[in-house]
Design a binder for this molecule. Sequence first.
Ligand SMILES: [Fe+2]
Length: 315
Amino acid sequence: MTTTTLPDLTVTPLDGAQFGASVSGLDPRNITPDLRDALWGLYKERHGLLCFEFAHMLEADELHALTAIFGENEFAPGRINGIGKRAAPGEEHLTVEEQVARLQAEGVDPYMAYIGNLDPKTLEVNQKGGKFYGEWEWHTDMSYIPKPPTFSLLHARVIPPEGGDTGFCSQVMAAAALPADLRERVRNVTIKHDSTYGSSGQLRPGMTAPASPIEAEGHAHPVIRKILTTGEEALFLGRRTNAYIPGMELAESEALLNEIWAHATLPEFCYQHRWQVGQVVVWDNRMMLHMRHPVDESMHRLMWTQTKGEAVVAA
Ligand SMILES: [Fe+2]
């Protein structure tokens, strides 16, 4: 890719990646329909990964405006019953609107997640601890629901001197390079995406540990999905931990999952992003896996939003 200039924007490929582009010069509070179309064109051309460069930390409304380029806001996990959270006893009757109103009255943005161990307002280390969302394992955000979020956005507020990079792994490239015999064996196969554990291995709020992956709660999706906006195919694996292929013996499911995952995460499909403060990285969850690399947890903070998704369509 040669350096491209959209109106008022400078676009360059991401260092060392076969996909993705860096975009600078964007004003999140001034997104015109033409600019939105140009950014969608760039997203398709660069296979689902864009990095917006800003010289400052964004306000929440600016991050929401960027999110709106790509779709309607989805709730952050753990905020609304049924989305990474089980209703507390006696609160099963609350409507989504009632839950949103209650969160907003408490000063909580139901659409924003804070990743790290720093207080959202002061950016000081949160002495209570326990606020860190570990992301050590390749995964797709919230793939355990029927309509997983399509886009995720991460905004770097505080970054550590080392570590804490985010890895991205193109599942479009992985699908295109899928060996013929493996493709045949995963044709018409689904994977159940576990909802009980998060990416760092912690049980989600209100969840109990299943006896085995067979009993784990979560939605099943086709292994190879069609990306409706680009016509491409992508592997859609979710997360390896507690995954299960319905209809198989557990040992058979584990063996096939291990084989698919070994192919899907080959280094040639992957890119490791080193953060700079002010950046917003947006990616298409249908097209790629992501993971956080190890970091000193007191030194790291990101803001995260995501868009609503769609039912997964088999390729
Ligand atoms: Fe994630």
